[in-house]
Design a binder for this molecule. Structure first.
Ligand code: ATR
Length: 281
């Protein structure tokens, strides 16, 4: 059957995006033969034009990845989540609304792993876009959040932004030394430290004792077990990698466009297979 319902992802470069295999596997599993998910490489200097093309050609919606997530806000109607996170990762062309599914994907994955959030002390490492999504999601779910970042001024900017855009108050800024004694139950890595190929690096300094019995959620999913996760596991803790978040943020976009809940376990499995086969190359 010729695909008549099209969605996709725009980015630059976009060739390495795992979204097409994840979404197309879900379409296939659900017998949605008239749907197709494409990867579209759009250079930043023609973002506006590159956005118009899929819209004019009947695409229902798109995902947006690096480097367009912030710039695209000018050309769509960002919802409250996108404004708070400061980035759009999903657009529905039927309404031209841009949203961000990262925070909900993250929180949904914590819940799928039975990690308690409300009333818990949660330490977020990092202050970039990923951290904004995590802090927004955690604060909304009732956690007490502290932020540690290499560049403290960026963490201060994050706190100011979430206050102004979403009315979030009570966020704490700390050094890692202070955080070590704070008594958090969950540590979330939103930095890129530990990402392949720097697999031996950890955002938790080797010189600082790692607190026992905590949960680490590492948004890094390549490698599947990061150095930070290993530190946590070595101290009687629990460690969760970021692949589930990747699947679940995609699942929210999928449902938004199609009205159908996708098979999340399958999406996660195909992501895992793709990462494992990429690793063999
Ligand atoms: P994203 O949008 O994916 O979050 P980003 O905005 O580039 O990406 O943010 C990357 C995060 O990783 C930042 O918090 C960055 O810290 P700085 O704000 O100090 O740059 C953090 N990060 C990256 N490399 C790091 C390193 N080697 N040590 C500590 N933090 C690092």
């Amino acid at each position: 059957m010729v695909p008549t319902k099209r969605v996709g992802v725009i980015g630059f470069p976009v060739e390495h995006s795992l979204s097409p295999i994840m979404h197309n596997a879900a379409f296939k599993a659900l017998g949605m033969d008239d749907w197709q998910y494409d990867a579209m490489s759009i250079p930043p200097d023609i973002l506006r034009l590159g956005l118009r093309e899929p819209r004019d050609h009947g695409y229902i919606g798109i995902n947006v990845t690096v480097p367009h997530k912030e710039a695209i806000m000018e050309y769509v109607r960002p919802d409250e989540k996108a404004r708070a996170i400061g980035a759009v990762n999903t657009v529905d062309f039927r309404s031209n609304i841009g949203t961000n599914t990262d925070a909900d994907g993250f929180i949904n994955d914590l819940r799928a792993h039975d990690v308690s959030i409300a009333g818990e002390r949660v330490l977020v490492l990092g202050a970039g876009g990923a951290a904004r999504a995590a802090v927004y999601g955690l604060a909304g779910a009732g956690a007490e959040v502290a932020i540690v970042n290499r560049t403290p001024s960026r963490a201060e900017a994050l706190v100011r932004h979430l206050h102004a855009s979403a009315g979030i108050d009570g966020l704490r800024l700390m050094t890692l030394d202070e955080a070590a004694g704070w008594g958090m139950t969950l540590i979330v890595n939103c930095t890129s430290v530990g990402l392949h190929p720097q697999v031996d690096q950890s955002p938790w300094s080797q010189n600082l004792p790692f607190p026992a019995g905590r949960t680490v959620y590492d948004m890094v999913y390549r490698p599947a077990t990061t150095a930070l996760m290993r530190q946590c596991l070595a101290h009687d803790g629990r460690a969760i990698g970021g692949l589930g978040m990747l699947a679940r943020q995609g699942a929210i976009s999928f449902e938004l466009w199609t009205g159908v809940a996708p098979p999340i376990d399958l999406m996660q499995r195909v992501l895992q297979d793709a990462l494992e086969s990429a690793h063999k190359d």
